[in-house]
Ligand binder design. Structure first.
Ligand code: FES
Length: 111
């Protein structure tokens, strides 16, 4: 949890349902010709479910190549937490979207 001051990219997403906000910070390193998520953290201004899913997405993505991290879905995040109550499912959308946004911005910056 927390900001990575020298992050290589920052994903930013808002939840239109409730107005909550999430930042996903990533540090990327090259290893065997692949770009790997070396470090990842989050800042979430939202409910407990949004914070739990933020934390889970960092666990799922750390150490993964960017291509694999991009395949982490909203459903993967919720399933890894053994599901969420239906009313809280929209909260889990932020985490995967924030991760994807960080990777997309990293790739745009490093074309
Ligand atoms: Fe806003 Fe959960 S209520 S993200």
């Amino acid at each position: 949890m927390g900001e990575i001051k020298d992050a290589d990219s920052v994903g930013e997403v808002g939840n239109p349902v409730c107005g909550d906000l999430m930042y996903i910070y990533i540090k990327v390193k090259e290893e065997n010709g692949k770009e790997i998520i070396d470090d990842i953290s989050f800042q979430t201004f939202g409910c407990a479910a949004a914070i739990a899913t933020s934390s889970m997405v960092t666990e799922l993505a750390k150490g993964k190549p960017l291509d694999e991290a991009l395949e982490i879905t909203r459903g993967d995040v919720a399933d890894s937490l053994d599901g969420l109550p239906p009313i809280k499912l929209h909260c889990s959308n932020l985490a995967a979207d924030g991760l994807h946004d960080a990777i997309k911005k990293y790739r745009e910056k490093n074309k």
